[in-house]
Design a binder for this molecule. Structure first.
Ligand code: PCA
Length: 209
């Protein structure tokens, strides 16, 4: 019997960069097997509504036991395991289709916030044990990463056996100097940390129902 599927997602480049480490991570993990769990991947556009729709379609297609969405945070210096998504769009810059949404909910009538259903502290510990700095983060922002995390958790509500959540990863050194506070991380290091997190997730088995 199959031990299930973990679906990972990454984002296309945005904000003038020609790379996004989260897409590179998703491509590197696609088709691998971790403790008997197959990893499937999807790359999302940095476009409001479309990104969440594409992830929902991938969830329907792959029927994953867990979904780990990923995105870039230029100000990160470690892999950030997000604990909460908020029902709010407040874009400081346009998405890749030129949309600038302000003071709008992600899902009309949805709860103000939704908690990650990943074992966040175990994921942080797993990455650190693999020698890759990681931390829990209380806010995924109010841009596309938060939107996708919120849509994901909203989609998985009522299905407690399926886990979902979001990781923000630092920029790649090749993307040039990071904004204030950010420390770029080489892709092989980020990949080692994320893989250790997925190993912990696969070893934890399905969430309790
Ligand atoms: N990071 C952005 C959107 C896409 C990405 O990789 C964010 O943090 O919202």
């Amino acid at each position: 019997m199959s031990a299930g599927v973990i679906l990972v997602s990454g984002f296309e480049p945005f904000g003038g960069s020609d790379r996004n480490p989260s897409a590179d991570l998703a491509r590197a993990l696609a088709g691998t097997t971790i403790h008997g769990v197959r990893v499937e991947a999807v790359i999302l556009p940095v476009v409001t509504v479309a990104a969440g729709d594409l992830l929902a379609a991938a969830i329907d297609r792959h029927a994953p036991t867990a979904v780990v969405a990923m995105g870039e945070d230029g100000r990160a210096s470690a892999i950030r395991v997000e604990s909460t998504a908020v029902n709010r769009r407040e874009f400081a810059s346009p998405d890749n289709a030129g949309n600038v949404l302000r003071d709008e909910p992600v899902v009309a009538g949805g709860p103000a916030s939704l908690p990650s259903t990943l074992p966040t502290s175990a994921l942080v510990a797993a990455s650190r044990a693999a020698g890759v700095e990681a931390e829990e983060s209380p806010s995924a922002g109010t841009y596309l990463c938060n939107e996708v995390m919120y849509r994901l958790l909203h989609r998985l509500r009522g299905e407690p056996s399926r886990r979902g959540g979001f990781l923000h990863v630092p920029r790649l050194p090749a993307q040039g100097p990071a904004p204030k506070g950010g420390v770029p991380m080489p892709l092989d290091m980020t990949l080692r940390g994320v893989r250790a997190m997925l190993e912990a997730l696969a070893a934890a088995g399905p969430a309790r129902t």
